[in-house]
Every structure is written in C-alpha cells, then in structure tokens.
Design a protein around this ligand. Structure first.
Ligand code: AMP
Ligand code: GLY
Length: 423
C-alpha cells in the first residue's frame, strides 16, 4: 500500500516511524516532512493547502491512503475534497472537525447532551462578557472562538486579568468569546479512534504545557509528555467513554456529521469525575510521540478501519511500559527564536537504550541538521517506570550538542512523585 502522510512536526515523525514499520506498507511519502521524517519517508515539497495539487500527487503516484496530521488542513476541508476525488483519507470532515475549530460548536453539543464540561456562555460583545465575568467572579477562563494554536485561552485568576483578556479579544472585529467556569483538577489527554459510530480507546497521556521547570512560564504547544497517565484510571476511562465520548459521537451522527478519525479529548479530572476542557480533531503533539512507542500493534489497519467504519470489533495491543518524551526547543520559544543553529550528537544520543528521537522543526543543511522551528526535537524513551524512561531521555539529551536549544529538566514529575509514593 502507498501512503501519503501530511504534516511536518514531531507528531508526524512518530506516525511516520510507526507506519514505516507496517508490513502493509509499500511506499511512504510525507508532505512537507522534516529532516527526521526523511529517514522514514520520501519528503515532498507539496503545498498541502492546495488540495488540487495533493489530489494530483495522489493520482500520479498511485497513493492508496492519505493520513492527515495537523488541524489546519482538516479545518480547510482536505478530507472532504480527497474523499470526493475517491482517495481514501484518515481524518474528520470539515464539518466534523468543528469539534476542534469552534469551541462554541463543541460547548453547544455538550450542553444539549449533558456532557460534563465547564459552565459557559458565548459572547459577541465585550460589555456583555464583562458583566458575566463580574457576576461569576474569578478565577474564570476566557477563550477566543476558533483555531488559536493554544494561544487563545486565558485562565484569569483575577477579575482584572479577565477584563484585560476581553479587551484584547474584542479589539479584533468579528471576535467571539467563550467565557467559562474554572475547573480544578489534574489534566489528561485521551485519544480515541472513531469510525462515525464506534470508538476504540487508544491511550491517555499527560502533557506539560508551560515553557519552564515547575510548570512555570508561558503556555506552549507542549514541552513534554508521558503515557500512561496515572490519573486516568480504568474507572475514569469508563466514565469518559460513557459520559463524554459516546454522547459526542451520537450527537455528531445525528447532526449528519459523523466523526471519523482520532478524537483527542483534553480532560480535567476533577473530584466529581472527568470533564471535557476541549476536543482536538487530530493526534496530539507531543503526546503521539509517546503513544507510538507504546503501541505494539500495526497502526495502519486501525487507521483504515476508522475510515471504513469497521472499528466495532477492532483491538489494539499496547506495551505496558511507560514512555516519556522531552521537547527540545529553540531558545526564546514560545516567543521569538532563531532558526539555523546547528545540532550535533544526535547519533550518539539515539544509542541510549530505549530511546527514539523524533524531529519536529529540523532541516538538513550542508550535511548537518539545523533548527528550523520553535519545537525542534522530541527525545523519547521507554522504561520499566516513568523514572527510568526519564533517566534515559535525559541521558540522550546530554549527548546532544545544541547551544541554541533548551528543554525542561522535570518532565514526568507528577508521575514520578506518584511512583515514589508507591501508587
Ligand atoms: P484549551 O486550549 O481549551 O485546551 O486550554 C488551554 C489550557 O487552559 C488547558 O490545557 C488548561 O490548562 C487551561 N484551561 C482551559 N479551560 C479551562 C477551565 N475551564 N478550567 C481550568 N483550566 C482551563
Ligand atoms: N499537546 C497538545 C496538542 O497537541 O494540542
């Protein structure tokens, strides 16, 4: 089978690595890819926003299956257009991917179906939003409606902060805000494969969103992750499936927008049980890097079953050992950073037992690997415990010579604290 993977991040390198191991694979391309993905796939400089060009590439190269990594092409309707051109493609339709692209859409589905989430209100007007905020008090959460790459959310601990966030948001015309209740608990990312009717739970992970040690500093796309997530017990999983995932799938099918693809639920595990923070219509980054190391089964038949509506009797096998990934980012990320700094020592780092290095923003230049983005490398390891996986990941990182980069040194701290307590 010929497969085209779309994307260029660490998530796509992990997917490419796993797809490349499939006995079903004949040839793998990735558009546009990166220097690490080039070890697993032929990278092609396709403009993935040009759907006609993607269709043309698939027809010319006899591509049997397309796997879409990031959210932007999904929200732009790439799945609808490829499907209309009779090309099999993994991912939700444009309408179904509103579960990620419109927070208001998702909140309305939750309200209509009693799906546990933060209480909220939608606003098109700043004064009305501020009145609501004053009525409910802080802490309170202000979100822009639409895709904002994780930057559209302000968790305001004071009324002042919330009002500043509203002013910033309604500075732009046509803005829409969701103001919602602050939920207290521990977060987890949970991934479920869906085929429109049926759901196959994958695994849960925990992500470190803040830039610096101790979960301090600005929010980022994610600085590290590990799986499994100890807070996501069997009981929490059961409740999440019954109270959140299945009601969502039934609601989407009833709206004539059956959800196919991977559904990524960002959850707050509160003292009252799991509550939905948000949905994403794609695999997580960097969560996918740890999920792929833990997945024992071939991923390709599962992705095909999602498209073909055949997940009902599907099963996947997982390694019980935890996996952990540490993101190495360019100094300055998530603010301004430099591109083009040279990275050495990757071969030596990859020799540490249990370690896989997935590339995000890298490119090959003059026989060297150079940084080409904010998040640049995902040093990923398995071990018999989170502590062992962490030790291996940092041992590999210490072999990497990249003065232009930085990473957090405490990825996995919550799980390791639990391990120390013997829980
Ligand atoms: P989102 O983009 O909706 O995932 O929000 C980004 C981050 O803001 C989440 O990962 C949470 O840490 C935090 N957050 C969002 N909504 C809430 C909420 N209602 N209560 C507490 N924290 C929240
Ligand atoms: N790591 C969070 C995300 O992929 O959105």
């Amino acid at each position: 089978m010929n497969i085209l993977l779309i994307g260029s991040g660490g998530r796509e390198h992990a997917l490419a690595w796993k797809i490349a191991a499939s006995p079903l694979l004949t040839k793998l391309w990735c558009a546009p890819g990166n220097a690490g993905i080039a070890q697993e796939a032929e990278c092609v400089a396709l403009n993935v926003a040009d759907h006609a060009a993607v269709i043309d590439f698939c027809k010319t190269n006899k591509v049997d299956f397309v796997v879409v990594g990031p959210e932007a092409p999904l929200a732009a309707g790439i799945v609808d257009e490829l499907t209309a051109a009779s090309i099999k493609v993994f991912g939700p339709s444009k309408a179904a991917s509103q579960l990620e692209s419109s927070k208001g859409f998702t909140k309305d589905i939750c309200k209509a179906n009693n799906i546990p989430t933060a209480a909220y209100e939608r606003f098109r007007d700043g004064a009305a939003a501020k009145a609501y905020i004053r009525k409910h008090g802080a802490p309170i959460v202000v979100k822009a409606d639409g895709l904002a790459a994780g930057k559209g959310v302000v968790v305001a601990m004071t009324l002042d902060e919330a009002e500043v966030a509203i002013d910033a948001l309604f500075g732009a015309s046509g803005a829409e805000a969701v103001v919602e209740e602050f939920m207290e608990g521990e977060e987890a990312s949970f991934f479920v494969l869906c085929d429109g009717d049926n759901a196959l739970p994958l695994a849960a992970a925990q992500d470190h969103k803040r830039a610096f040690d101790g979960d301090k500093g600005p929010n980022t796309g994610g600085m590290g992750a590990y799986s499994p997530a100890p807070v996501f017990t069997d009981e929490v999983r059961e409740r999440t499936m019954n109270e959140i995932i299945y009601p969502t799938l039934r609601a989407m099918a009833a709206k004539g927008m059956p959800y196919k693809g991977v559904l990524f639920a960002g959850l707050m595990i509160t003292k009252d049980g799991p509550k939905l923070i948000e949905y994403n219509a794609r695999f997580g980054d960097p969560e996918t890097q740890v999920l792929m190391l833990r997945l024992m089964s071939d991923i390709v038949p599962a992705l095909l079953a999602s498209v073909d509506g055949e997940l009902k009797h599907f099963d996947l096998r997982w390694y019980p050992q935890p996996a952990l990934t540490v993101v190495m980012a360019a100094k300055g990320y998530p603010g301004d950073y430099k591109k083009g700094t040279r990275i050495e020592g990757l071969d030596k780092a990859a020799q540490v037992e249990g370690v896989e290095i997935f590339h995000a923003g890298t490119k090959a230049e003059g026989g060297h690997i150079v940084a080409n983005g904010g998040r640049v490398l995902n040093v990923t390891a398995t071990g018999n415990s989170v502590s062992e996986a962490q030790r291996r990941a940092y041992e590999a990182i210490d072999r990497i010579d990249w003065p232009g980069g930085f990473c957090r040194r405490d990825i996995g701290w919550q799980a390791m604290a639990r391990e120390k307590e013997g829980k």
